[in-house]
Design a protein around this ligand. Structure first.
Ligand code: DGP
Length: 131
């Protein structure tokens, strides 16, 4: 049986305005462990953690940002807010010795949810190159 990641790689990206599982987390339809939010940004624990701390940081309103490759100049403010929120969450989580910030994009980037998100990973030693 294909893994979730293999299925994501095989599938064509959905249309830009298609609701995602993350929209359902934003509007409270499905639960998540929320660790931070402000007016525009939501951060919650990843359901399938790849590190002791694994948090997903998303814009509450997708506005066409299915992935970083769809960014346009109008998104500059939210992109900055997402990165700043990532730093705030890392500090809140006590990741004082370092962490990794990842954005997967498209089938070759192993993206599975087409709602822009930043992965914040920490609590263990990361390696480079990532493989
Ligand atoms: P990516 O593969 O980069 O598109 O990452 C999507 C991440 O989203 C993946 O690490 C698992 C996580 N995820 C998917 N569905 C849910 C969910 O319903 N709840 C939570 N908390 N995380 C989810």
């Amino acid at each position: 049986m294909a893994s979730e990641k293999e299925a994501a790689l095989a599938a064509a990206p959905p249309p830009e305005d298609a609701p995602t599982i993350f929209d359902k987390i934003v509007n409270g339809e499905i639960p998540a462990t929320i660790v931070y939010q402000d007016e525009k940004v939501l951060a919650f624990r990843d359901i399938n953690p790849q590190a002791p701390t694994h948090i997903v940081i998303i814009p509450k309103v997708k506005d066409g940002l299915t992935g970083i490759s769809k960014a346009e100049e109008r998104h500059v403010d939210i992109l900055g807010r997402l990165l700043y929120a990532t730093k705030l969450v890392a500090k809140q989580e006590g990741l004082d010795d370092g962490y990794r910030v990842v954005i997967n994009d498209g089938p070759k980037g192993c993206q599975s949810v087409y709602h822009l998100h930043i992965h914040l990973l920490g609590g263990r030693q990361m390696n480079w190159p990532p493989g």
